[in-house]
Design a protein around this ligand. Structure first.
Ligand SMILES: C[S@@+](CC[C@H](N)C(=O)[O-])C[C@H]1O[C@@H](n2cnc3c(N)ncnc32)[C@H](O)[C@@H]1O
Length: 345
């Protein structure tokens, strides 16, 4: 392809190239011609050049091959059979990429890490996600590419949360649920966010501006420290109270609130009766559980029967937050505590 071009000595080549790019004068669809002593930088036609940059000549250029990678799989020179084992999805938390690796690909995990590091825009660190465990639901991770710590700032629904993927639970898959609950809060409500982790429900609610006070409780001191950092950055100290305590210790003596969020999906059932005492009459309880898909409907009735004074509660909503495993889902149940006590159908 013929194009006008700027002829510059090699020594000034890079500086000039950047200047032309900034001024939108460089043609990026053509490959720069590079000789021993000078470069030819293809120019957009009909544009005025700053004086003194060099001589303008006419030259022949090759078109640039632009490769678009639609998946990180494209960055691996593997056979199609090998690629068929690769995970399709991965999570991005701030500038960290987390991926689960099938056992058969463990020896090749560092190659996968490098491919993800190149593929995901602004990625700094890639880790194998080895799942969460223990009462504090901490994630075990192994670095496979990139550098730096597991602490990052994650943007969710326009909110920037302080996160450390190793020290405290966080999942980017709950973003929609955080927004949904936050939008349900009415003016003047008081809210308990139990098992708050790094506090995405609490911060979204406080920034939403309706609640008079949000009390966020978690037994993991590092989760509470991270939440406190986010709260301080958004100057929410008078609207979010961060409490490092176990549920068992916290509940006694609290004044019931109009809304309680209780997100401990594997073991929550153990504390459901206790937690329900924190809901004021007319208030609502957001309860989460991992449920086998075929049991979602009956499970609502079972849970209702576990609530103290069961006739004063009503299941008002139920939805799948996201699939959890091939046969189970993370399900959100919303119960309302009726005003005026028992209600017999
Ligand atoms: C699923 S994570 C919470 C996620 C968080 N609500 C969110 O939306 O990101 C569960 C949290 O419960 C906390 N936890 C577990 N058992 C607890 C207990 N008995 N008392 C207080 N916190 C507890 C863990 O430390 C963990 O941070």
């Amino acid at each position: 392809v013929n194009s006008p071009a700027l002829r510059v000595p090699r020594a000034r080549g890079e500086l000039t190239r950047r200047l032309l790019l900034e001024l939108n004068l460089l043609r990026t669809d053509l490959a720069i011609w590079s000789g021993q002593d000078y470069l030819l930088l293809p120019l957009r036609s009909g544009t005025a050049l700053p004086a003194g940059l060099g001589e303008v000549v006419e030259a022949e250029f090759a078109e640039r091959q632009v490769t678009v990678h639609r998946s990180y799989h494209d960055l691996l020179a593997w056979t199609p059979e090998e690629k068929s084992e690769l995970p399709r999805s991965f999570d991005v938390v701030g500038d960290i990429v987390l991926v689960r690796i099938p056992a058969g690909l463990e020896p090749k995990r560092f190659e996968i890490g490098e491919a993800l590091l190149r593929f995901v825009p602004r990625a700094r660190l890639v880790g194998v996600d080895r799942g969460v465990s223990g009462p504090e639901r901490r994630r075990r991770v192994e670095r496979i590419a990139g550098s730096g710590s597991w602490a990052t700032r994650h943007r969710e629904n326009e909110i920037e949360l302080e996160v450390d993927v190793e020290k405290a639970y966080f999942s980017p898959r709950l973003a929609r649920e955080h927004a949904r609950v936050s939008s349900a809060v009415a003016p003047g409500e008081s809210v308990f966010d139990l098992c708050c982790g790094v506090g995405p429900f609490s911060v979204a609610i406080a920034l939403g501006g309706h609640a008079s006070l949000v009390t966020a409780v978690d037994m993991n001191p590092e989760a509470i420290q991270l939440l406190q950092l986010t709260v301080d950055r958004y100057r929410l100290r008078d609207r979010v109270r961060c409490v490092n305590a176990s549920l068992e210790d916290f509940v006694t003596g609290q004044t019931p609130a109009s809304r309680v969020i209780f997100n401990l999906p594997r073991e929550g059932i153990k504390y459901l009766g206790l937690v329900a005492t924190l809901v004021a009459p007319g208030g609502q309880l957001h309860y989460y559980e991992i449920v086998p898909r075929e049991q979602i409907v009956q499970r609502g009735d079972v849970l209702e029967s576990r609530l103290p004074d069961r006739h004063s509660w009503q299941l008002v909503e139920r939805h799948v937050v996201h699939p959890y495993s091939p046969g189970t889902d993370l399900v959100a149940f919303l119960f309302e505590r009726l005003r005026g006590g028992a209600h017999h159908a």
